[in-house]
Design a binder for this molecule. Sequence first.
Ligand SMILES: [Zn+2]
Length: 263
Amino acid sequence: MEVFFFVGIGLLCMVSFIFKLLTLRGSTAAFITGALIFYSFAWQGLVILAVFFLTSSLLTKWKREVKIDYNAEPLEDKKGRTAGQVFANGGTSSLAAIGDILMPDPLWLMVFAGALATATADTWASEIGILSKTKPFHLKEWRKVEAGLSGAVTGLGTIAAVLGAAAIGASYYFLFDSSTFMGTLIIIFAGFFGNVADTLFGAWFEQKYYCQVCKTETESKWHCKMKTVRIFGLPWVTNNLVNFSSTIIGALIAGGLYTWTVQ
Ligand SMILES: [Zn+2]
């Protein structure tokens, strides 16, 4: 019976590659993530992963024509999410699955959900927040900046972050434990504050580039079809590292709160 699930995960990854939601290596990374999560958290865990992946993919494609100016890496972007992006968003939940295999404990399920709630909150906040009519406010520079930079917030993006975390919290409620709202609340809290950590990491540590064509700051190495110049940040602090670190924070918050409330 289980073998059908692994085949199903493989098929979904292939379909995601064909529809350009994932690159070839990205779909391999997604298969590993999906297989580990199914092994530890059963089909219910897979559904939670799917809620993250499908909503994120749809939101990324949604109003693509409006966003195209900001995500100006014309060649890379159209092929789908890379293995690095898959591990940045799903790596912590895979580690939770491995933790559960080595030392089975209900704690790992909360760690897993906290990490995915953060990834979902972050993606929803970026993809919806970028459509905000008002300019985002940068937390480190303490002023309004152009749309599309990490470390900046909008009201719309903040609401989207809460809803993204709530989507994972609600899924947990219906799939794992509808006897109490406690787990759901912990996941929403962890996802939201994981996303706050993402914004703070992005504001203080992430690389910024400058486009010499349109004279704006960006975090893309490419803008207006030209290479940009790095003006801030360490070369190894990429958006993927920032995302991965924030899912660790979300996972720690969820695991910490769970341990605290259970005892
Ligand atoms: Zn430009």
